[in-house]
Design a protein around this ligand. Structure first.
Ligand SMILES: [Mn+2]
Length: 478
């Protein structure tokens, strides 16, 4: 089995395989591991393999899929009609969308023909309301092609109604063996190390135009910082251009920008567009945005101040909610932190607690928010740091674990719906109707009963004070 580096076109990859194969021996092992990394992804992986049976194994996604995506993008560029980008609202989604916009413009697609849509707060791309909204947009704006980036994957009907005639490309890295019908799909989830959507988008676009590397490599790094953190080692199989861009544009600036890019989507007004606009530019812009120029207010002074304001408000709200004491599932494998907030802060709070809560049986920290979407409980799960296995071994599969809890009750199993346990094996979450959440807590997790909780809380008071300091230190670092 051979793993080759991303950014190789069909025409050139065979020649490059010869020279890269020796260098990529460790990646070849990675490729082998990726094949067995998940049974969930096996169906997709098998389908991809049968499509390209004679092809070598390619990172970050099957070669046939990468090529299908490239053909789709060439078709977009040649279309006389408009293109709709639908990037996710986080740093990875925004950077993926920006890379795609730059690549399309480099292929001579006029900027005014590239439209953008952000899914509304509390919704996802698969909801009926979003499908109707996107279908309407495709009709009104004469969209011939739609490119969906970093939005998650699952079995679903076509994302827009067939009569629009709009073709759809889905670029993603979230764990799934199933995808919406009628779309061209390229997903990196089965190819360890799983690339971010930004890296996947970069790998797809890099061979399309000679200038993609120079213009877009730092944007790929921005997505890596957003999803995997600034300490991610950008060594092979990551393209060398990413490590170079990290150095050139300074990790510290990219890191600060990542935090600000992620801010608007967490506020109740969810003005993702504020973050998006700071990244948008034409490829021939003589003074293009860079992390430092954006942060210094040289690109848009008001724009960056809006992000700083959003960030400050999120910090204050996080401060208010993060102190709620966790409650444990009967089997002590899950700690649940509850909050009521209009801000989307359950993810970061889950991450904070996961970094410092300890327990011999603890595997997962779940932060649940009863105030983000009316009538729903939105929750995020993270693997507890204390449960992290040694390097190279796969840790807790939270998606499987949540499904196990749901399966403990027939009614619950039938009612958890599709907004449950999607995403990544070690960072997932969901959105449940209030009555379903209550049942999940009672029958699934069997959360410690109220009176027990009170007793434990009072017993734990001194320990909690110690924990508070640790958490303060953590937040300050952030
Ligand atoms: Mn992502």
């Amino acid at each position: 089995m051979i793993t080759i580096f991303p950014g190789c076109s069909v025409q050139s990859f065979r020649a490059r395989v010869v020279t890269k194969v020796c260098m990529a021996s460790s990646s070849a092992v990675l490729g082998k591991r990726a094949r067995s990394v998940s049974t969930d992804a096996a169906a997709y992986d098998e389908a991809a393999a049968s499509e390209s049976e004679s092809e070598p194994f390619v990172w970050p996604a099957p070669l046939a899929r990468l090529e299908a995506a490239r053909n789709f993008i060439r078709e977009c560029a040649a279309s006389p009609k408009n293109i709709l980008l639908v990037p996710d609202r986080d740093a990875d989604g925004l950077s993926s969308g920006t890379i795609m916009s730059l690549a399309l413009q480099l292929l001579s697609k006029p900027q005014h023909q590239i439209h953008t849509h952000f899914v509304l707060a509390g919704r996802n791309i698969f909801s009926t309301e979003e499908r109707e909204l996107m279908t309407g947009l495709c009709r009104e704006q004469e969209i011939s092609h739609m490119i969906v980036l970093d939005q998650g994957s699952r079995a679903a009907p076509p994302l827009v109604e067939a009569d629009t005639g709009t073709k759809v490309l889905i670029i993603d890295h979230h764990q799934s063996a199933h995808f919406p019908s009628g779309a061209v799909v390229v997903n990196a989830c089965a190819h360890a190390p799983v690339a971010t959507s930004s890296v996947l988008t970069y790998a797809i676009c890099e061979p399309l135009h000679a200038a993609v590397e120079e213009k877009a490599a730092w944007l790929a790094v921005l997505g890596v910082f957003g999803d995997l953190g600034p300490s991610t080692k950008l060594e092979p199989p990551y393209p060398p251009a990413l490590a170079a861009a990290k150095k050139k544009y300074r990790a510290t600036h990219i890191s600060s920008l990542t935090a600000l890019m992620n801010a608007p989507r967490r506020t109740p007004e969810c003005n993702t567009i504020d973050a998006w606009m700071l990244l948008q530019h034409a490829p021939d812009d003589e003074n293009p945005p860079t992390p430092k120029r954006i942060l210094d207010g040289e690109v848009d002074k008001v724009g960056i101040e809006q992000l700083r304001d959003a960030s400050a408000r999120i910090k204050a709200e996080t401060e208010r909610c993060r102190r709620n004491a966790p409650v444990f599932s009967a089997d002590r494998r899950v700690a649940v932190v509850l909050m009521h907030s209009a801000y989307q802060i359950h993810g970061p709070i889950a991450t904070m607690w996961a970094g410092f809560l300890k327990g011999s049986r603890l595997e997962v920290v779940m932060a649940a928010n009863t105030g983000y979407v009316e009538g729903k409980v939105n929750f995020s799960c993270r693997m507890a740091r204390s449960a992290k296995p040694p390097d190279g071994e796969s840790g807790v599969d939270i998606i499987a674990m949540l499904s196990e809890y749901a399966a403990k009750d027939q009614w619950l199993l039938e009612n958890v719906g599709t907004e449950f346990a999607n995403g990544h094996k070690q960072a997932t979450g969901g959105s449940l109707r209030k009555d379903v959440w209550e049942m999940f807590v009672e029958k699934g997790l069997e959360l410690t009963k109220k009176e027990d909780k009170k007793t434990r809380k009072s017993k734990k008071e001194p320990a909690e004070k110690k924990q508070k300091n640790t958490l303060d230190a953590w937040v300050k670092k952030d």
